[in-house]
Design a protein. Structure first.
Length: 143
């Protein structure tokens, strides 16, 4: 087991919108590996539901993300490599992966315009992927 996979307590994402629930494949998704990367499913919006990487990758392919979000064309909020959740041994951190629109955490813009950025995550923080108009809204859970 690598340090990134070592036990860091329990963390997860809860869906706050129907689109977020479709992306998670249910109401909640445990985050068990760090970094946990989130981005656009660039294969097009033909999939009815976005899925975690294990559902869509062939063995041997290195994934870009652990969670893929299927945004209808034209994709305006979600970048292919949008954000990731890290655990540094003391706290959880959301890191914007130089996305175009950034990520809103509790109303605070992190990144955007390919600038990147990071913010500590706390239990209950609301994460909006992209602008405030995004349909992908999650609540971070830590315990």
């Amino acid at each position: 087991m690598t340090p990134a996979q070592a036990s860091t307590g329990q963390a997860g994402l809860s869906a706050l919108t129907p689109e977020a629930q479709d992306a998670l494949g249910g109401a909640e998704l445990p985050v068990t590996q760090f970094p946990f990367r989130v981005g656009l499913d660039s294969r097009g919006a033909t999939r009815a539901v976005a899925r975690i990487v294990m559902d869509r990758r062939r063995p041997g392919n290195r994934p870009s993300n652990e969670l893929y979000l299927a945004e209808p064309e034209p994709a305006t909020n979600v970048s292919r490599e949008h954000f990731q959740i890290e655990h540094n041994g003391e706290q959880y951190v959301l890191v914007d992966r130089q996305s175009a629109c950034g990520t809103l955490v509790e109303g605070r813009l992190v990144g955007g315009k390919q600038a990147g950025g990071a913010v500590p995550l706390r239990h209950g923080d609301v994460i909006i992927v992209g602008t405030s108009a995004s349909r992908f809204v999650f609540k971070f859970r830590a315990g």
